[in-house]
Design a protein around this ligand. Structure first.
Ligand code: COD
Length: 159
């Protein structure tokens, strides 16, 4: 049986924290779908196409990984792809409180399991929203982004 996992998120933009969770998931599963939620009510800094491109670039050395976007319910996306598990990174109690009801609801809906990976200790304070805020204010966010993502962020803020 092929074991497939889905790593869903907004990825606006993808950070080193996201990449760590994706790479660790790729070490455990045969196929990993990195799934970017298309949220029409939320205007991001990057278009969905740009997020697909960035994630494709930074996961190029992980042959198990495929990057796609999805809209609607994550459980329906999992069913379409034949994925048995959702994998999420946990930075701390706030992530847990946010994720636990979704994990229960998703399991209730289709039986899909959610698995949590502890965030890497040096990266638990890294989030897309904080990185954007610090970068907008002129702070150095180089350590928090894969180099190609950092380049795009700098271009976006200058452009
Ligand atoms: N270290 C470890 N993990 C991290 C880090 C880090 N530094 N940064 C982020 N993560 C993890 C997050 O905890 C999360 O698990 C994942 O990476 C994605 O993070 P974001 O911020 O890009 O994405 P979110 O939290 O906005 O994504 C939420 C989802 C899109 C997954 C969720 O809203 C969803 O599934 N929506 C689809 C609609 C649906 O099915 N709704 C019903 C749910 S019951």
């Amino acid at each position: 049986d092929v074991r497939r996992a889905v790593c869903p998120g907004s990825y606006d933009p993808p950070t080193v924290g996201h990449l760590d969770v994706i790479a660790r998931t790729a070490a455990l599963f045969d196929e990993v779908f990195v799934a970017i939620l298309v949220n029409p009510r939320k205007q991001g800094m990057f278009e969905i196409d740009e997020r697909v491109q960035m994630l494709t670039e930074i996961t190029a050395d992980l042959p198990q990984v495929r990057v796609e976007s999805f809209s609607g319910l994550v459980v329906d996306y999992c069913r379409e792809r034949g994925a048995q598990a959702l994998v999420k990174g946990l930075r701390g109690a706030t992530d847990y409180d946010y994720e636990l009801p979704m994990a229960h609801m998703n399991r209730h809906l289709t039986g899909v399991e959610t698995m949590f990976l502890p965030g890497a200790p040096g990266q638990v304070y890294v989030s897309s929203s904080l990185v954007k805020e610090v970068a907008r204010g002129g702070g150095d966010v180089t350590p928090f982004l894969p180099p190609s993502v950092h380049t795009r962020l700098v271009e976006r803020l200058q452009g």
